[in-house]
Design a protein around this ligand. Structure first.
Ligand code: NAD
Length: 353
């Protein structure tokens, strides 16, 4: 670790523990709010309605239209409900898609947000909003986007299907792995990233075996908080650039794409960032890329991009887009090397490094 760094702690309140989502009304009140709009996806509407019922007079309604990648049209629909209901805060109950909608509303209105995450995506602790308009995804970073309160209640993740639990966790682990070699890393971000990886390594095998194991669910959610926090505080590199390319241009599913690509980008960067990645290599058995691939395989995670509907003929274009305006990366990026990486990820080969 360099002796020169800049560190800024997050302003968010983190409320963690089984059953603590019952405190949502207290947190709405502490924020000085009284008219809450509860947000969810259509799939989690019943849970959002139950939450609104629990809030009683503190709730002004439910908007259950959140979808992946925060399309601006959906945000505008939700904004009409915000205006019509006179909401003065939002509570987002769900994964990254619902959190994204809450952030999009906060970015436009500065309304305070309480987020109750039910996946491991990590968006709830970042000041970053990705939104799509006419098929184009853009990203903004602004203080108003960072949610004020996050309530991590592992009881709400007990029913997260095992497959989604695994891919969502690997998505979070990708934030932690890239944080370890980030150019602007600091001692706290590296501690958090390492602890996040350790928490997932310990908890995921238990979740696969016993999905309703509350302790394992709490450990994974703790890993999600840590990994999301480093995503919000240090810069991401090649891995996130490739996943944005695949998701943005070829519409591959977000968490599965991260899960498949991670061992390959980790192995690619291990060559140039061996010391920074040493804590991850130690956790995953000596080799970071191969170790992550073995871990993903043991959890029955998807391993090949070809299984996501990506065709081999798309790989040239994906390599071209992913190497245009590249993010800073510890290892220089050249197109043939990224094309070879994508071929391995497409075929589902085990990386060696
Ligand atoms: P998601 O929010 O789209 O959830 C997937 C599906 O699972 C939805 O139908 C949802 O309702 C359902 N679901 C969520 N929790 C559940 C539970 N406990 N039980 C049963 N079903 C449940 O998926 P995600 O992977 O959490 O989020 C992906 C989105 O988040 C993407 O749009 C991505 O770009 C964004 N994201 C943003 C950031 C950021 O910092 N801006 C970080 C990570 C992810």
């Amino acid at each position: 670790m360099s002796n020169t760094f800049t560190y800024q702690g997050s302003a968010a309140h983190i409320v963690f523990g089984a059953g603590r989502s019952l405190e949502v009304g207290d947190w709405v009140q502490k924020l000085g709010c009284s008219r809450t709009l509860v947000l969810s996806t259509p799939h989690q509407r019943a849970d959002a309605e139950a939450l609104a019922a629990r809030l009683g007079p503190q709730a002004v309604g439910v908007f259950a239209g959140a979808v992946m990648h925060t399309p601006v049209e959906v945000t505008e629909e939700a904004m009409a409900v915000v205006r019509q209901s006179g909401a003065n805060c939002v509570v987002s109950l769900g994964g990254g898609s619902t959190t994204g909608l809450g952030k999009a509303i906060a970015y436009r209105t500065d309304l305070p947000q309480v987020v109750i995450p039910t996946t491991y995506a990590g968006s709830e602790v970042t000041p970053i909003l990705g939104q799509t308009e006419k098929g184009l995804k853009t990203t903004v970073r602004h203080a108003s986007i960072l949610p004020e309160v996050v309530i991590y209640d592992p009881e709400l993740t007990l029913g997260l299907p095992v497959g989604m639990s695994v891919t969502s966790a690997l998505n979070a682990m990708a934030h932690a792995v890239e944080a370890l070699y980030a150019q602007d890393r600091n001692p706290i971000s590296s501690l958090m990233a390492t602890e996040g990886l350790r928490a997932f390594k310990a908890s995921l095998p238990h979740i696969v075996e016993t999905p309703r194991d509350l302790q394992a669910r709490a450990d994974a959610l703790y890993g999600a908080w840590l990994s999301g926090t480093v995503l919000g505080t240090v810069g991401m590199a090649l891995h996130h650039k490739i996943c944005h390319t695949l998701g943005g241009t070829f519409d591959t599913p977000h968490a599965d794409t991260h899960a498949i690509v991670l061992p390959h980008t980790a192995a690619f960067n291990a060559v140039a960032a061996r010391a920074a990645l040493a804590p991850a290599a130690e956790i995953f058995g000596g080799s970071v890329g191969g170790g992550l691939w073995d871990f993903a395989k043991s959890l029955a995670a998807p391993l090949a991009l070809r299984d996501l509907g990506l065709s081999e003929t798309d790989l040239d274009r994906a390599a071209a887009i992913a190497t245009e305006n590249p993010y800073w990366n510890p290892r220089p990026i050249d197109r043939p090397a990224i094309r070879a990486l994508l071929q391995d990820a497409w075929e589902g080969n085990r990386p060696t490094d």
